[in-house]
Design a protein around this ligand. Sequence first.
Ligand code: NAD
Length: 250
Amino acid sequence: MQLQGRVVVVTGGASGLGASLTRAFADVGSHVVVADRDAAAALDLVTELREQGRAATKCRCDVTDEDDLSRLVSVADGLGGVHVLVNNAGGWGGSPEQYPDAPAEDWSAVLDLNLRAPMRLLQLALAGMRARGEGAVVNVASSAGIESSAYGSPPYAVAKAGLVRLTTSLAGLTDEGIRVSCVVPGWIGLPRAYAEWAAMAPDERERGPDLVPPELVADEVVRLVREDTAAGTVVELLDGSHRRVVQPDR
Ligand SMILES: NC(=O)c1ccc[n+]([C@@H]2O[C@H](COP(=O)([O-])OP(=O)(O)OC[C@H]3O[C@@H](n4cnc5c(N)ncnc54)[C@H](O)[C@@H]3O)[C@@H](O)[C@H]2O)c1
């Protein structure tokens, strides 16, 4: 897909990996809708991009809120429609009490943010994509969703595994010109990660994977959209140097 002038919605696009995604799409000439519940951070990034002559629009949006999602799609429709959706908002907050000990509303909220919200937004964006006969969705999963070891937040791992399977199970949308793909990053080299990394014991650091630069993930996401990669493709970026592409079965 040619990305110049196309409308790209990045959820959680104001900071963290989302900011790298926003910058990467703005750099190739897309109009990025920065959809984030942190309105101030979204405004800061949009202002910075506009000062650089890039096209960007902020939209305050909590992706777990149905009305916010509808408004987000309306904002994008006003700019020409959602040509590309990047389902990036996610996380689990590191709460010490986790499933099966956490209250149901706590772990349900993790499933809502990391799985239900991307599924719902994809559904809302699909109508316009179908009408145009073209569209791309990239889901941001996590190594937590493909590992087989114990994990601190089981609902987060379950939700991210679900995103990977959502991607492959929607490969059939390619018949309508819509390609859903997915990136699976390991631990991303954001400032927060470097602080945690620095606090680790040397042997712990030695055992852990290398951090994945956020720009590497963002470039991969742009490539998945721009190069019309096969629908259902999942790209694992588990450290800074290994890239594994998993193509769907035919
Ligand atoms: N950080 C990592 O090491 C890592 C590793 C693998 C996968 N991931 C995934 O990458 C994505 C981005 O991670 P990150 O660490 O940059 O996230 P983050 O916690 O830094 O948050 C990024 C942005 O998302 C926004 N956000 C959070 N909840 C939101 C909501 N309900 N609605 C709208 N916006 C919301 C925040 O305001 C923030 O601007 C997530 O899906 C995460 O699961 C992260």
